[in-house]
Design a protein around this ligand. Structure first.
Ligand SMILES: Nc1nc2c(ncn2[C@@H]2O[C@H](COP(=O)(O)OP(=O)(O)OP(=O)(O)O)[C@@H](O)[C@H]2O)c(=O)[nH]1
Ligand SMILES: [Mg+2]
Length: 204
C-alpha cells in the first residue's frame, strides 16, 4: 500500500538526474546546500530550516561527491555535486550516463581561472553521454567585488558562437547568482525546469 501511494504521489513528477560541475572552489557544494533552502521555501508546504538541510554537508573541498534530492515545480532534481579539483575531474565522466541536465558553476570573481573554467566546460560537453543535455551556467559569487556579469561571461566563454555546436544541440542559459544571498538561483532553476519538462526523462 505504501509503495502504491508513493508511486501515485510521484506520478506527475518529472524525474531528473542533474550534475553540478565546475572547477574547485567555484561553489558547487554551497549551491547544493542553498538549493535545498530555495526549493523548500518556494514549496510552501515545507518549513525546513537551513540547519535541517545542510546538517550532513560542509563547505570544504569535496573529495568524491554529494547527492541530494529536491522537488521543485513538478520536477524531482536528483543532484550530484562532484568534487572539482583538477586531479579528480577525470572521474566526472563516470557520472555522465543518464544525466538530464548540467548545472555548471563558474566563480565569476576569479578572473585568473575563467579560461580554465571555459576549457573544462567545452571538454565535458564533448562526451557522447552528455549529448543534447541542457546546460544551466551559474556565474556564482556575484556578491563579490569584481564579479563579471552574465553578459560578460557569455562573451568571455564565446557561448553565442560555439556552445550549440558542441556535440549535438545544447540549450544553455547563464544566470548571475550568489549562493550566499541566494540571488539568481530560482530564476536559473525555473529555466532548467522548463527544459526538463520538454524532454522525456533519461532521453539522451
Ligand atoms: N562570497 C561568496 N563566496 C562563495 C559563494 N559560493 C561559494 N563561496 C565560497 O567559495 C568557497 C568554495 O565553495 P565550495 O562550495 O566548497 O566550492 P566547490 O565548488 O564545492 O569546491 P570543490 O568541492 O573543491 O570542487 C567557500 O569558501 C564558499 O564559502 C558566493 O556566492 N559568494
Ligand atoms: Mg564541493
Amino acid at each position: 500500500m505504501g509503495a502504491f501511494l508513493s508511486l501515485f504521489k510521484g506520478a506527475n513528477l518529472t524525474q531528473s538526474r542533474i550534475l553540478i560541475l565546475g572547477l574547485d572552489n567555484s561553489g558547487k557544494t554551497s549551491l547544493l546546500i542553498k538549493m535545498g533552502l530555495v526549493t523548500s521555501s518556494s514549496d510552501k508546504k515545507s518549513s525546513k530550516s537551513q540547519t535541517d538541510l545542510d546538517d550532513d554537508l560542509t563547505v570544504t573541498p569535496t573529495i568524491g561527491y554529494n547527492v541530494k534530492e529536491f522537488s521543485y515545480k513538478g520536477v524531482v532534481f536528483n543532484c550530484w555535486d562532484l568534487g572539482g579539483q583538477k586531479n579528480i575531474r577525470s572521474l566526472w565522466k563516470h557520472y555522465y550516463k543518464g544525466s538530464n541536465g548540467i548545472i555548471y558553476i563558474v566563480d565569476s570573481a576569479d578572473h585568473n581561472r575563467l579560461k580554465e573554467s571555459k576549457q573544462e566546460l567545452f571538454h565535458l560537453l564533448e562526451d557522447p553521454d552528455l549529448k543534447n543535455v541542457p546546460v544551466l551556467i551559474f556565474a556564482n559569487k556575484r556578491d563579490k567585488e569584481g564579479a563579471i556579469s552574465a553578459t560578460e561571461l557569455i562573451a568571455k566563454f564565446e557561448l553565442e558562437d560555439s556552445l550549440q555546436f558542441v556535440n549535438g544541440k545544447h540549450d544553455w542559459y547563464v544566470e548571475s547568482v550568489s549562493t550566499v544571498t541566494g540571488e539568481g538561483i530560482e530564476s536559473g532553476l525555473k529555466w532548467l525546469v522548463s527544459k526538463l519538462k520538454q524532454k522525456p526523462s533519461k532521453d539522451n
